[in-house]
Design a protein around this ligand. Structure first.
Ligand code: AIR
Ligand code: ASP
Length: 273
């Protein structure tokens, strides 16, 4: 395999130089972290599932006229994306009280918030992703007022769309985190694009009927059945890959024997169902 130039290594993803200028390859790992890197672990098959879920949601957002960095899927763990100048903000949208919000305000988890709440945090693990006001975002030159307005509007549109998407498959979107970046055209003009991923790593997802958690909180809080929860979200969205997602790795592992044996008899070029 040709060697690739690594650009950035995050906690759950890696970025490599893309085949054309202005593009990157986003690789989804099985590594999981929580509490700003204090807790570490692996969720087998997570990278494959998050790649598929994020692809599905980003493609749908494009269809809805919400621009984003996704170009196309390359393989089970990788997608081609536009290279952006990432704005170091974690944009959080909350529909229902959960997580750090409940701790900060002493509110019970599960209480609906009446209207979606957008929060901004500085993307900086060492500082514990501190909360930012709009004034601080301008004072620190993180984004311009016109950019923040665009980010806020896009975040609300994503929330509306993704809430509806999950509602249709019996899942409540409790809250989520988005990241945005600047995409420069040839004349050097920039526009704001949604980046990163939308997956059970970045969202809180609860089953509508049982309130069961189907996201990274299962890992954060040691609730067990983590892989199953991620698979269930993918299954309900109709994007669960046919291959055994727990063994599939495009870079390190050979395909599992079973999958390899299955592949052989299928005629070249025939589409797998
Ligand atoms: N989030 C924040 N940092 C990383 C992630 N993934 C997401 C959480 C949750 C939302 O942002 O997954 O969906 C709010 O997190 P918290 O901890 O502030 O309540
Ligand atoms: N993603 C962040 C971390 O790795 C926060 C979290 O998900 O809890 O710590």
């Amino acid at each position: 395999m040709a060697t690739r130039t690594p650009i950035y290594e995050g906690k759950a993803k890696q970025l490599f130089e893309g085949p054309e200028p202005g593009t990157l390859i986003q690789h989804f790992k099985d590594d999981a972290t929580a509490f700003n890197n204090k807790k570490k672990g692996t969720i087998r098959g997570k990278g494959v599932i998050n790649n598929r879920i994020s692809e599905y949601i980003m493609e749908n957002l494009t269809d809805m006229g919400i621009p984003n960095h996704f170009i196309k899927t390359i393989n089970m763990r990788e997608q081609l994306v536009y290279a952006l100048e990432i704005i170091p903000l974690e944009v959080i949208v909350r529909n229902v009280a959960a997580g750090s919000f409940t701790e900060r305000f002493g509110i019970d988890e599960g209480q609906p918030l009446g209207l979606p709440i957008v929060e901004y945090c500085l993307k900086n693990d060492k500082l514990g992703d501190p909360f930012l006001s709009e004034e601080l975002i301008y004072a620190f030159d993180i984004a311009e007022p016109i950019e923040l307005e665009e980010i806020r509007m896009q975040a609300m549109r994503v929330n509306d769309y993704v809430s509806g998407l999950f509602h249709g498959i019996g899942i409540r979107l409790i809250d989520f985190k988005l990241e945005f970046g600047r995409h420069y055209d040839e004349e050097g003009r920039s526009r704001i694009l949604l980046a990163d991923e939308i997956s059970p790593d970045s969202c809180r997802l609860w089953d509508i009927k049982t309130d069961e958690k189907m996201d990274k909180d299962r890992f954060r809080r040691d609730l067990g059945d983590i892989e199953e929860a991620y698979q269930e979200v993918a299954k309900r969205l109709g994007v669960l890959p046919n291959a055994d997602v727990t063994t599939f790795d495009t870079t390190k592992e050979k395909p599992a024997k079973k999958a390899a044996a299955k592949k052989k008899p299928s005629p070249k070029g025939k589409k797998k169902s």
